[in-house]
Design a protein around this ligand. Structure first.
Ligand SMILES: [Zn+2]
Length: 194
């Protein structure tokens, strides 16, 4: 995440579904210093099953997503700069580019603000991710979901790229939007593309 420009220092966190629980990144440890054994195995109520580290403070959001979304097995959360810029404006990403469909629909929503690490933020993320695989978190950052950590990471990179382009466009004016039919056609194309 650091090498891809999605994260600096210790911000952001990652998880993968593991059995009935999840493996999460530890709290307050830089990605450069992190090793596989630093991952913490938690059940979905936050109890440590294995690991010596303190889990990420954002574990309730990861747990809520695994509970709500049987279709996903990995969660990437970052404070990627362009996503976070839009999130501080409380603006989601509209259908200004067909690649928005990669996130599952014709928009990437921005969830309302809630304090980090709280069940309120977890609920806001679950709701903003309804029928989607990515969302922004107001005044905070972004979340990407996937069937694997690599897929969630790849989507996070796509969404940050879209956020950067959207941010550039709105310096000039609000960009043209694709119609519902045009986005549906892009989504249909993605379904048969891979
Ligand atoms: Zn965060």
């Amino acid at each position: 995440m650091s090498a891809l420009g999605l994260s600096r220092g210790t911000s952001g966190n990652v998880s993968a579904r593991a059995g009935d629980g999840m493996l999460v990144t530890p709290s307050a440890l830089s990605y450069e210093a992190m090793e596989p054994r630093d991952a913490v195995h938690l059940d979905l109520d936050g109890r440590t099953l294995e690991g010596d580290r303190k889990p990420t403070t954002e574990w309730p959001m990861h747990a809520a997503l695994y509970n709500a979304r049987p279709d996903i097995d990995a969660v990437v959360h970052t404070h990627a700069p362009f996503c976070t810029t839009l999130a501080t404006l409380r603006r989601g990403i509209p259908a200004f580019h067909y690649m928005v469909a990669m996130a599952g629909g014709d928009s990437i929503r921005c969830a309302p603000y809630a304090t980090f690490g709280t069940p309120e933020l977890a609920l806001a993320a679950v709701q903003a991710l309804q029928d989607r695989r990515a969302c922004l978190l107001a005044n905070h950052g972004m979340v990407a979901l996937g069937p694997s950590p690599q897929a969630a990471l790849d989507l996070a990179v796509e969404v940050e790229t879209l956020a950067e382009i959207y941010w550039r466009a709105i310096q000039v004016e609000e960009p043209a939007r694709l119609t519902a039919e045009e986005m549906a056609a892009a989504m249909e194309r993605f379904r048969t593309y891979r």
